[in-house]
Design a binder for this molecule. Structure first.
Ligand code: FMN
Length: 231
């Protein structure tokens, strides 16, 4: 008989998983290279299809991060790139309502009205400053790979976030960066045919920020699971 409560590791691992939040305001405290390397060293244990390990990570801080952020800020302002369609227009109803609930919580925590297009653009722009985090990560993948390798990448990215959480650091995964593939490729000198998967802010959470207290609800297990053949 498996008794979860007999496993003290489960308490720690579960607490790390359950307490992770997308954090969008950070303190100015620096995160040393060694800490970032240690987090990536844990994350490289993530599994992947046939152990292909499709991840390629760019970790930026200081001037290098500021330079990329500035280029992205300008690109965002010029609005020269088409908007990123990271979700289909015809989103299934249940997902659409969860997406809308997220938008409502987020903009209300920021005190921004949904109809205020200008303010919303300003809010979006904060993504490109890595939400003020001291470290920005850009994740790239060989564009010839298929959705199964992107699945590997998702596992890797969650592992990065949990490894960071375990040492008291906060993160926000950010698909927003994918909109500016060309800008990022130029700035980071990405290998040819490499595509930006997403970015990530990494640092210490600013606990005073109401935006960091958004607690997005999750569906109960019975809503997304079908159990077959159990007693
Ligand atoms: C792959 C991925 C991309 C995301 N992209 C963004 C983003 O571009 N900007 C942002 O503010 N949040 C982004 N998020 C954060 C989600 O909005 C957040 O994870 C979700 O609302 C659930 O909240 P929680 O992470 O606090 O539990 C992203 C999350 C994931 C997993």
């Amino acid at each position: 008989m498996i008794d979860r409560h007999a496993h003290s590791d489960a308490l720690v691992v579960d607490a790390i998983i359950r307490s992770r939040r997308a954090i969008r305001y950070f303190t100015d405290d620096a995160v040393p290279r060694r800490v970032v390397e240690d987090i990536l060293d844990v994350a490289r244990a993530a599994p992947s299809n046939s152990n292909t390990q499709p991840w390629r990570v760019y970790a930026l801080t200081g001037e290098r991060k500021a330079g990329l952020s500035e280029a992205l800020r300008q690109a965002h302002e010029q609005n020269a790139h088409p908007p990123l369609r990271h979700l289909p227009d015809a989103l299934p109803d249940d997902m659409r309502s969860r997406q809308e609930a997220f938008g409502a919580s987020y903009y209300s925590a920021l005190g921004v009205a949904k109809s205020d297009v200008r303010q919303r653009a300003r809010v979006t722009a904060r993504n490109y400053d890595f939400f003020g985090a001291p470290v920005g990560l850009i994740f790239a993948i060989d564009a010839s790979l298929t959705k199964y390798s992107w699945l590997d990448y998702g596992i890797f990215i969650q592992t990065v976030m949990l490894a960071a959480r375990a040492v008291g650091l906060a993160t926000c995964a950010q698909v927003s960066f994918a909109r500016f593939q060309n800008v990022i490729a130029r700035h980071l000198d990405l290998p040819p045919d490499h595509e930006v998967v997403c970015g990530m802010s990494l640092g210490i959470s600013d606990e005073a920020s109401p935006v960091n207290r958004i607690d997005m609800a999750r569906e109960p297990v019975r809503h997304f699971s079908t159990f077959l053949g159990f007693d």
